[in-house]
Each structure stands twice: as structure tokens, then as C-alpha cells.
Write a protein that binds this ligand. Structure first.
Ligand code: G6P
Length: 362
């Protein structure tokens, strides 16, 4: 209950929850680490992923965006194919299921009706389900075969922040554990890299003034804003756009860098803010090419890059983390920019209009 959780010195729950992210990372590392310092997950769960010929991730909203990032971990590390589906569409646009699927439900609250409807469907078909949730004993947790907890502490603000990064971390741990049990060992120490990411997140939370400044500069009067990225940056851009639209009511959309020219570029006018993420070496040149395309049409670019990939005019440079874990850090400035944009525009940050923390109707 919101009234039981203190905001302390924070003006809003959202800001408090953004700041808690490094702590949540450390808590997750602690919960999912064995004495030898490597990832620990209930064997039954790793075996269930291991035994599946395909994983279907089902989620809504921010949890869906975390699922997109998680797909890459499971596919590239554990070598299990993954599909990510928006829960509300699954029952109507049901894909042809593989012979031995495993369903992973990602839900902060564990109560989202659209996700539950899919759980009911797939249970009736006799399939197995794992729920990744922040709420022990929630409906999706009780009705699934297995549960992994986020350990993020109660999330009160309607706009989800710490649950998103917690979901990504838990999905990474699940993928690493499954990879290990399949004999594909990771080329890096995930526990160590998550610790490095936690420190980087902490450093970012200390740069609120800069984020406030960016929000003022780009977003105080704009009607719309576009987020672009390639590879995993595309997925983080979707989340950045969702945060911004949810709380500031600026029309914000995330696009794959290469898809822009196939339609959306028509919306670029003089001064349209474009927030571009550049955290991936293998697409750095091409995302920068996309930025040039929109700048040539008058866009006002705000490039957020990863240390080591930065160029002269980048607006903000993120501390270096392992290339596969960049969403944990790149989302933090986007959350903060959305927060300050909402604040400057006089919006109710914690209780945006028309939105509910958990949607328990279809
Ligand atoms: C609501 C919230 C979103 C959330 C989505 C899924 O729409 O406003 O912030 O991402 O539900 O919620 P869940 O609890 O299933 O993660």
C-alpha cells in the first residue's frame, strides 16, 4: 500500500525508485549468487528453460520492453529461440507453438489481466510457465509452475523504473544459468559485470542536474519527441519513449534507426527532438548515419553514447559497462529525462492521467 511506504526526502516515488536501482541490482546479485560467486537459480527452473525448444515471453508495457532485452540474452547465451509477445494480442494472434514450449510471464505486479488470460490459455494446453514478478504470492506467480522474484521492493509510481532494470538483470541471470547448464559458458563474469553496472547506475543517479538540463533544453515546449536506436538500443528507446509519454504527455515514439526513413522521417520538423542511443559498437556507424539523416531535416539531436563510442557532439556519455548490459545504464538517463520533463510541464509524475499501476481488466 502506497501509504505504508515512505517517500522520505523525495518529492516523488518515481525519483526514489529510480535512485534505488543500484541497490536493487546489488540485492539481485546477492539473491542469485552462490558461494563460488557465480549465478545461482533453482535447478528446476534452469532445467525447464533447458528442456524447451522455444521460449515465449508474454508481457505488457514496460515488462514487455524488458522481455525484448531478455530475448537477446536467452538466444545468444543459452541458444534457445525466443519469441516476445504482447499479452493482449497473444490469444488473438496466437503463433504456431513449438512442440515443447516454455512460457515466461514478466509482470511487475503479477496481476495484469491480459497476461493472466494468456496463462490460462497455455495452462489449458498443458504447457509450463515461469513467472518473473516483483510480488510473491501474486496471481501470476501462484498460477505458474515456477517463479523468479525481482527483489526490487514495492514499486509505487505508476511509471515503472526499478522493476524494468530488475527484470533485465533477472533475465540475464536466468539466461546465464541456462547457458551454463547447457555447457555454453559465457565469455565474461556476469556477476562481476552486474556489479559494475550497479556502480555505473549509481554514478548516473548522481547526475540529475544534467538530466534536468537536457529535459529543459529539449522537452520543455515540444509537442513530440522521437527515440532512435539500433540493436538493443532500439528496445531501450521504446522504453524511453514510453516513460516520456506516460508522465509528460509528450507524444513520444521509439523507432529502429533504419526504419525511420520508411515513414516516420516525414514527421521531422525544424527543432523536433531526437534522442539517439549509441551504445553498441557494431551499429555505431549506422545509427550515427541515421542521426545525420534527421539533422538534415532540421531535427534537434540528443545523442547518448557509451564511453568508448562517443563522438564530439554527443550530449551525454554513459559510463562503460559490458556491451550486453548497456540497457541497465542507458535507460537511467531516459527515466530521469522523462521525470524532469514531466516536472517542468507541471504533470503529476506519480499518478499520470488515465493510467493505473496494474491493469486488472482486459
Ligand atoms: C500498467 C502499468 C505499466 C506496466 C504494465 C504492465 O500499464 O502502468 O507501467 O508496465 O501495466 O504491468 P505488470 O505489472 O504486468 O508488469
Amino acid at each position: 500500500d502506497a501509504s505504508d511506504i515512505e517517500k522520505g526526502t523525495y518529492p516523488h516515488y518515481m525519483l526514489k525508485e529510480i535512485d534505488e536501482q543500484p541497490l536493487v541490482m546489488r540485492k539481485i546479485i546477492q539473491e542469485y549468487q552462490n558461494e563460488a560467486g557465480s549465478v545461482k537459480i533453482n535447478d528446476d527452473i534452469a532445467n525447464a528453460v533447458n528442456a524447451a525448444d522455444r521460449v515465449y515471453i508474454i508481457a505488457c508495457g514496460t515488462s514487455y520492453h524488458a522481455g525484448l532485452v531478455g530475448k537477446q540474452f536467452i538466444e545468444s547465451w543459452a541458444k534457445v529461440p525466443v519469441e516476445v509477445h504482447v499479452a493482449s494480442e497473444f490469444n488473438y494472434n496466437m503463433p504456431l507453438l513449438s512442440e515443447n514450449p516454455l512460457f515466461i510471464f514478466i509482470s511487475q505486479s503479477g496481476e495484469t489481466a491480459d497476461s493472466r488470460a494468456v496463462l490460462v490459455t497455455i495452462k489449458a494446453l498443458g504447457h509450463k510457465a515461469l513467472t518473473i514478478t516483483n510480488v510473491p504470492g501474486s496471481t501470476l506467480s501462484r498460477e505458474a509452475d515456477y517463479t523468479l522474484l525481482l527483489h526490487a521492493g514495492p514499486e509505487i509510481a505508476v511509471a515503472s523504473t526499478k522493476a524494468y532494470t530488475a527484470q533485465i538483470a533477472v533475465l540475464a541471470i536466468l539466461a546465464a544459468k541456462t547457458a551454463e547448464s547447457k555447457g555454453h559458458s559465457l565469455e565474461f563474469d556476469l556477476v562481476k559485470e552486474l556489479g559494475i553496472a550497479a556502480n555505473a547506475m549509481e554514478a548516473l543517479c548522481d547526475q540529475k542536474e544534467e538530466m534536468d538540463y537536457i529535459a529543459r533544453e529539449y522537452l520543455s515546449t515540444t509537442r513530440n519527441c522521437f527515440f532512435i536506436g539500433r540493436a538493443v538500443d532500439y528496445y531501450v528507446g521504446l522504453e524511453g519513449a514510453l516513460k516520456l509519454k506516460e508522465i509528460s504527455y509528450i507524444q513520444a515514439e521509439g523507432f529502429a534507426g533504419g526504419e525511420l526513413k520508411h515513414g516516420t522521417i516525414a514527421l521531422i520538423e525544424n527543432g523536433t527532438p531526437i534522442i539517439a542511443l549509441a551504445t553498441q559498437g557494431h551499429v555505431n556507424l549506422s545509427i550515427r548515419g541515421n542521426v545525420k539523416e534527421v539533422v538534415a531535416r532540421g531535427a534537434n539531436p540528443c545523442i547518448i553514447s557509451l564511453k568508448g563510442l562517443e563522438e564530439e557532439d554527443d550530449r551525454f556519455v554513459l559510463p562503460e559497462v559490458h556491451e550486453s548490459l548497456t540497457p541497465l545504464v542507458s535507460v537511467v538517463p531516459l527515466q530521469l529525462i522523462a521525470y524532469f520533463a514531466a516536472l517542468h510541464r507541471g504533470c503529476d509524475v506519480d499518478k499520470p492521467r488515465n493510467l493505473a499501476k496494474s491493469v486488472t481488466v482486459e
